[in-house]
Design a protein. Structure first.
Length: 316
């Protein structure tokens, strides 16, 4: 394994003119210098495309591509196809990374001979406060199965995000991002973990996830949220088709139930005309999800508030 291997950092860009400079500057400030920074302008209508071109002229490691809008997953695949590095990293264009992140994750790759190395991340809020999402997690080697269960049960050390990780490039010879607008990270990360790669987790919060209202991952769009529910079922179907263990199928049932319940309450709070569209099928569909969830899920992961929310929702 090369100690100074090139890392391709892929950054999809869409209408983030107020945040993009901070993101790119944080990548250019890495103590690890052998980088290829791929900016994928996904049809931006603000000045983001000009910012991409500016950085391409500023630093020879930066390459800017411009394409029509197709979503983050397809933009990432576009970047993978054009990348030259032995390792790949993904950064969202409104986030930023610690100057030592690439150096630390590459060092762990070399030390532990891992396919994937990941770090903790901090959620940064607009009011200046932040939260370390992995404050109680320990560094160490972690199995693909444990990663899957943490994602499905959405524990505090959920490693479902494709950011805050360094991947060996050859992993993407088999796996690619789906053409989804929500949960695309969960779909591909679960598939990757199911292939049982060698993984090491570092509990240092070196990735900074900026929580802002209006980003694609926090959209209140009704159809997008319905697609999220459909995706949760597709995740279970994938595991069934690939003969996953009963424990993983059980986690999938919990994931479906929690997703459906969460979407229901989000729509309920936002706009009655939206959640009433869902309520027509909510009782029937969620009843099946609730039954499977109770019969199979690992009870140590279950948060009782979701059971209470379910019974309230079916009485509305």
């Amino acid at each position: 394994m090369e100690t100074n291997a090139m890392i391709s950092i892929i950054i999809p860009v869409y209408n983030v003119e107020n945040y993009l400079n901070r993101c790119i500057d944080s990548v250019l400030s890495q103590t690890y210098k052998n980088l290829e920074i791929i900016l994928i302008d996904d049809g931006s209508t603000d000045s983001s495309s000009k910012i991409c071109d500016f950085y391409q002229e500023k630093d020879r490691r930066v390459i800017a591509y411009h394409k029509r809008n197709e979503g983050q997953g397809i933009a990432r695949n576009y970047g993978i196809d054009r990348s030259k590095g032995e390792y790949i990293m993904f950064v969202d264009s409104d986030d930023w990374i610690d100057p030592r992140m690439c150096e630390k994750l590459m060092s762990l790759c070399n030390t532990y001979k891992r396919d994937i190395t990941g770090c903790a991340y901090s959620i940064d809020f607009a009011d200046g406060t932040s939260k370390n999402q992995f404050s109680d997690s320990k560094s160490g080697i972690i199995s693909g199965k444990k990663c899957i269960l943490n994602v499905l049960y959405q524990t505090e050390d959920d490693l479902g995000s494709m950011c805050c990780k360094l991947f060996k490039r050859e992993l993407f010879d088999t796996f690619r991002f789906p053409s989804l607008r929500n949960y695309e990270d969960y779909v591909i990360s679960l598939q990757l973990f199911f292939a049982e790669p060698d993984i090491y987790f570092c509990n240092l919060p070196m990735y900074h996830y900026y929580y802002r209202i209006g980003s694609s991952s926090k959209s209140n769009d009704f159809e997008r949220k319905i697609k999220t529910i459909e995706t949760s079922y597709q995740i279970k179907d994938y595991f069934i088709a690939h003969n996953a263990s009963k424990e993983i199928i059980a986690g999938s049932n919990y994931f479906i139930f929690k997703t459906y319940n969460s979407i229901f309450w989000q729509l309920y709070k936002i706009k009655p005309s939206n959640w009433k569209k869902l309520i027509k099928n909510h009782r029937k569909v969620s009843l099946f999800a609730f039954k499977d969830f109770l019969l199979t899920s690992n009870k140590k992961f279950i948060d009782l508030k979701y059971i209470l929310q379910y019974f309230i929702s079916i009485c509305i």
